[in-house]
Design a protein around this ligand. Sequence first.
Ligand code: ATP
Length: 298
Amino acid sequence: LLMAYDPAKRLARLQVSMERAVVNARMIYEILDLQPRQADRADAKPLAISDATVAFQNVRFGYSETETILKGVSFTAEGGKTTALVGPSGAGKSTVINLIPRFYDPVEGEILIDGQDIAHVTKQSLRNAIAYVSQQPYLFEGTIRDNIRYGRPDATDADIEEAARHAYAHDFILAQPLGYDTPVGENGVTLSGGQRQRLSIARALVRNAPILLLDEATSALDTESEQAVQKALDEAMSGRTVVVIAHRLSTVVRADKIIVMQDGQVAEEGTHEALAGRDNGLYARLNSLQAPAGSTDK
Ligand code: ATP
C-alpha cells in the first residue's frame, strides 16, 4: 500500500488522468508537492514564517515577452487576514495568485513573505507554506482517503479524518459505500459539486499551511451544499493569510481588505465600507452592478 504513495507513481498516474482531463493549470495547485523540482538559487534558504504576510512590490509580469499582464502591482495581504481580489475578467487576479507559489516569476519587482523575497527561498519551503482551493476541484483516481492525502503525502489516517471533519466532509464520507476507502474519480462514485469542494477543502486543510489561496466558485450550488461549503471554507480561512479571488459579495464584504484590480493594476484598495462609499469609484460601480443580481451571493 505504501508503494501507492510513491511520488513518481502518483505523478505517472496523474499525468495519465491529466491527459484525459482538459489540462487546467489550476489543478496543479492542489498538488503543489508533486511538481517536478525546479532548481533553486544556489543561495536559497528555507522560508521562515512568522505571521505569513504576503507583499507584492511593484510586480510586473507577462506570460510572454511581448505582453505585460501585471503592470506594477503593489499590495500587502496581512498575516492571518483575508484579502479579496476583485475586478473585471482579465484584470489579472488569477495571475496574481499564480505568482505566489512561483509557478511564474515576476519580470520586475518582488513578492515578499514575512519580508523574504520568495525568489530567494527554496521552492519546497515556499510551497509547503501554501494551500490552494480551486473553483473546480479536481478528484484523482483513487479513494477518498487518497484524494485528501494528496494535500500532504505523510498525513496519517487520523490527520485525514480530522481535516475531513473540519471540512464538513466526514459525515458524507462515512455515508459512502466504503467510507474513506470509497473510490472516486472516473471509475468511482459520483459526488455532488458541494461534496467535491469539501474534499478539496479537506485536502487543503490537511496541509495545515499558513497561507491559503482561494479561487471562489462562481457556479451556484443548492442552498444546503452552499452552507456546508461555506462553513468548511470558514474553517479553512480561520487564522490563515487568505488571498481569495472573490465572486461572492458576502466574501468581499467580510474581507479585511479588498484589492480592486483593473487592467493589470491595483485600481483601489480598502474595506467594503470605504470603497462602496466612494463617489464614482470602480468598486462602488461594480458593487452596484452586482448587488441587485445577487445570484452568486447565497
Ligand atoms: P478572470 O476573472 O476572467 O479569471 P482574471 O482577473 O483572473 O480574470 P487573469 O486570468 O489573470 O485575469 O488574466 C489576465 C490575462 O492573462 C488575460 O489576458 C489572460 O488571457 C492571460 N492569462 C491568464 N492565464 C494565462 C496563462 N496561463 N497563460 C497565458 N496567458 C494567460
